[in-house]
Design a protein around this ligand. Structure first.
Ligand code: MLT
Length: 212
């Protein structure tokens, strides 16, 4: 169980009118990894960048897995709950008030961001997911995502985030009422320059909308 008050993280307030990007690194990453990406997505924005609390052979992750692409879904659900608690704590502790929080995740970080918006849309409404996939195994959600917006950026030949899972994710999000932006490019796992451009435009359009 992660104690949210002691969760290692970086915080930068940014300009008050900007959103706060919740940066969620990939497997084996740290809270420093996505800072350059944040600056490209929303220059001058605030950020909150925690470290993945699960260890896999010395690598930081956000939830356990049994093997490549085989998620421990009970742990995904538990860890999404803990991240939700962290977001609530951080909103209070860092005095974020009504500022919009936009999660930006890569790979395993995208997957925990997606699980969190699927299971806790009352706390996280906006997600940019690079190389993410459906994180909840054979579980689904029953609606309730009408106030959420999710931008999915994937490679069509990504063995780690297969297109079948990405399309399952899209249809669950659509059915639950989320506003989904999807971009599928050639190639595999990673963040391409064209996706950064697309994500920056999406973040900018979401920032212009009313905060909850
Ligand atoms: C995951 O475990 O979340 C995905 O397989 C991506 C990754 O390897 O991090």
């Amino acid at each position: 169980m992660t104690n949210v008050e002691n969760w290692p993280h970086l915080y930068h307030a940014g300009t008050p009118a900007s959103p706060v990007l919740l940066l969620l690194h990939g497997t084996g990453g740290t809270e420093h990894d996505l800072l350059p990406l944040a600056e490209r997505l929303a220059p001058g924005a605030g950020y909150l960048s925690p470290r993945g609390p699960v260890q896999e052979q010395g690598m930081n992750r956000w939830f356990r897995r049994f093997g490549e692409g085989q998620f421990d879904v009970d742990d995904v659900v538990r860890r999404a709950g803990e991240l939700t608690d962290f977001i609530g704590w951080a909103r209070e502790h860092h005095g974020l008030g009504g500022r919009k929080i936009i999660a930006v995740g890569f790979s395993n970080g995208a997957n925990i961001a997606l699980a969190t918006v699927l299971l806790h849309p009352e706390v996280l409404t906006d997600v940019v997911a690079f190389s993410g996939m459906y994180p909840l195994g054979d579980r689904t959600v029953d609606g309730g995502l009408a106030g959420t917006a999710v931008a999915l950026f994937n490679g069509e030949a990504d063995a780690m985030a297969p297109l079948t899972s990405v399309m399952q994710l899209k249809s669950v999000l659509d059915a639950a009422g989320a506003d989904v932006h999807q971009s599928v490019r050639e190639g595999g796992h990673g963040v391409h320059a064209s996706e950064v451009e697309g994500a920056a435009a999406w973040v900018s359009s979401r920032t212009a909308t009313t905060t909850s």
